[in-house]
Every structure is written in C-alpha cells, then in structure tokens.
Design a protein around this ligand. Structure first.
Ligand code: CTP
Length: 396
C-alpha cells in the first residue's frame, strides 16, 4: 500500500482534483490522505473529497479532534506528497520553508518524494518571483508537473492550465522512482505494421501495442530518455514520451537505420510483418474470380539488422510470439539475430497474447532461460528493463 498525501490549494483547477482523487480511489494499492488550505475550501468543500476518500480531510493544524500531531503523523510514512493544484502563494511558501497552515506544515515535515502541479493565471506563473520559487523547488528535488497552455478561467489563453490526469499519473510514478535508468537512452518499437496491397487494403496482424507502450512508460518512470516508435494502434499517445509513428516495415527499417545507433537499449516489441506485397496496385483491386493471389516478398529483418550493427554500449531485446515450440524457436531467434535477450511468449498460454492486459513470458538470454509467472504488461515492462540493465552491466 502506498500512502499518497494530496494537498489542494486555492486555484480554480481545484475542481479537477476532485475527479483526479476519484480516479485514484479506484487503485486499490493507494492510500489517499487529503489536506486543503483554508482558501481551497472556498473552491471545493472537504465534504466532497471526504465522500470520495471516506476519510477526514485535514484543513486546520489546531483541530480539537486530533489524537496526534497531525502534520507530522500524516507524512511520516508517505510515499508521495503532491500538491494539485498548487497556487502561486503555496508555491512561494513551500519554496521558502513557511509552515503557516496544515498543508505547508505537512509539506515541510515530509521527507518523501514531492510533486507539485501548478495552476494559475499566466502572468502569475511567469512572474519573476513564481519562476524563482519553482526553480528553488526543482533544486530541492521536487518534481514539477509543468502546466499546459490553454484557455484559463481568467479568460486569458496562455500557460497555467493544470496538467491532465494521464500526465499527472505518470509523473506520480516518476516522482516515486529513484530513476535507475537516468542517462540511458531507450528506444521501444510497438504495435503492428500495415503493408498496403492497393489504395484501400493492407495486411497486418493483431498486435495492439499494449506491451510496447507499457515498456516505454516503465522506461520513462525509471528515468530513461525514451523514444517510442509506434505502428497504427488504438491506444492514446503516452504523455511526456518522445513519439514517432510508422506504418510499414520498410518505413520502420528506414527510421531504425538512422536512429538506432544513438540508443543504449533497443526493445523490439513491434509485430513487424515478415512480408509485403510485391507490388502495390495504383488502383483498387476489383473483385474478379473466386480466389485472389497476391505475391508477397520478404521485409528486411530489423532485429537482425540491429544485431549485426550492434554498438558496444547497446543492449538489444527482441520478442518472440509463438504458437508452438516456444523455447526452441525463441532461442534460435536470439542467436540468429544476435540479440541480447528474447522475450518469448506463446499465443496459446492463458493470460498471454494480443490485446490482453497480462502476459506470461520467458526471458531468454545467452546464459539463462527465465520463465516468469503471469503478470501485468506494466510489471513485465519493468522486469524487461531491469534485465536490460543487468545485461548492460555484465556484457557491455
Ligand atoms: N522482427 C524484425 N523484423 C522483421 C520481423 C520481426 O525486427 N521483419 C523482430 C520483431 O520485432 C521481434 C522479433 O523480430 O522482436 C521476432 O519476430 P517474429 O515475427 O516472431 O520472428 P521472425 O524472425 O519473423 O520469425 P517467424 O515469423 O518465422 O516466427
């Protein structure tokens, strides 16, 4: 269970925090405690928040109800202290060590990671004092969820909009991580390829991109500099991660030839079509006989290309999705393509495969075959990256 202390300050965006808290309450491994500044209670009431968390919301340091010194007690075993939204006033107090209310006192007492999501009028945000204060907080090790540009409540269009939930959620995990991959450049390919046959049709596969997207997010949380290359998928583009899309295997091959030398870990989770149409018709193929024959030719094997051009600092990880002879086929791919690791999974195993939220994988390296239990694709993403780091430390 992770205890997350959420501070709410007096900003119009406080109404969004109500929805954020509602979303977070659905995560069973989070224990939420909420503190509001007295002025924040003019924007949303503690009763609203209490109805969601089913817990007391703390506002007053000197409340008669307390059985302990609350501002100390609340934060002593917290995994994260976040202020969402953070007003210019509270940012100024936190940057300067003021402890004049429950929120700022608890902030000062907290030794856990901290995340601040400012939201205010553009001029207030860009005032030299606020900029100075945010810089101070950053130097103190606080993660700042920089506000977005948009139409603000004051009628001005500019920077100051509270970050969206997806971004905040990713930043929460980032703030709680100790960033073991800091300084590492990680390239992840995800999703299927589409190989056109005529202007209206293509051949593809059932890959949804979930595994690759989970790896990219895990790499970001672990502090890496991540680039996600994605085939056509229905998933939303992950926030904060450098992103580029591809459609065909040839397109991905071209990108990889240019970009791959600059990355330390390359994780090829994309389901790349082995063949493409020998000829893409200029006009739509019309229905004629009872059967249709199309000739396909082989696509370049990108993982094999990466293995053949491997730099000393690189760890290259491929995937093998099989329907039979999983370990034999996957081990053959490891040596044939000169990869450092193959993540093998069988389409026939319950809990593995396309579109599922879980996977059942075996990590195959030159030294070891490591079967793993069923786990979420997110958890597997972290394990794959951990293994890449170990491989780098032992082989590079
Ligand atoms: N791969 C690749 N280029 C291709 C085909 C696959 O880089 N043209 C990569 C995939 O991203 C994956 C790994 O190779 O990491 C294994 O892909 P898979 O399709 O299972 O293997 P193949 O070598 O194509 O063998 P087969 O289809 O016969 O199983």
């Amino acid at each position: 269970m992770k205890k997350i202390v959420i501070g709410i300050t007096a900003s119009i965006a406080a109404f969004k925090t109500v929805q954020f808290i509602s979303n977070l309450t659905k995560e069973k491994d989070l224990d939420l405690e909420v503190i509001m500044t007295p002025s924040a209670t003019k924007f949303v009431t503690p009763v609203t928040i209490q109805a969601l968390t089913k817990k007391k919301v703390y506002v007053d340091v000197f409340d008669d109800d307390y059985d302990s010194i609350k501002h100390i007690d609340l934060v002593k075993d917290a995994s994260l202290f976040m202020i969402v939204p953070a007003s210019a006033n509270t940012i100024a107090k936190c940057a300067n060590g003021l402890a004049d209310n429950m929120l700022t006192a608890a902030y000062l007492a907290a030794t856990c990671p901290k995340l601040i999501a400012p939201s205010m009028n553009t001029h207030m945000l860009e005032a030299p004092a606020t900029k100075r204060n945010l810089k101070t907080l950053e130097e103190d090790g606080v993660v700042i969820a920089s506000p977005d540009v948009g139409l603000l409540a004051c009628g001005v269009t500019g920077k100051g909009k509270l970050v969206d939930y997806e971004t905040l959620r990713l930043m929460m995990d980032y703030a709680m991580s100790d960033h073991p991959l800091k300084g590492k450049k990680v390239l992840v390919t995800a999703g299927p390829t589409q190989e056109s046959m005529d202007p209206v049709r293509f051949i593809s596969n059932h890959s949804t991109g979930k595994m690759g997207y989970a790896i990219a997010k895990a790499a970001f949380i672990l502090g890496a500099d991540v680039h996600l290359l994605s085939g056509p998928v229905a998933l939303p583009q992950p926030p904060l991660i450098s992103f580029e899309s591809f459609t065909s295997a040839l397109e991905l091959y071209e990108i990889m030839q240019k970009e791959s030398p600059f990355f330390d870990y390359i994780i090829m989770s994309a389901a790349i079509g082995d063949y493409r149409a020998d000829h893409i018709e200029d006009e739509k193929i019309k229905k004629k006989g009872d059967t249709l024959t199309i000739t396909f030719k082989k696509n370049p094997d990108i993982l094999a290309y990466l293995g053949a051009h491997k730099k000393d600092h690189q760890v290259i990880c491929g995937f093998a999705m099989e329907t039979q002879n999983l370990l034999e086929n996957a081990s053959e791919k490891l040596s044939k393509k000169n990869a450092d690791m193959i993540v093998a999974n069988s389409l026939k195993t319950k809990g593995a495969g396309f579109g599922t939220n879980t996977n059942v994988a075996t990590l195959i390296t030159k030294e070891k075959v490591e079967p793993l239990d069923i786990m979420s694709k997110e958890e597997l993403g972290f394990l794959i990256l951990k293994k890449c780091k170990e491989l780098e430390e032992t082989t590079c």
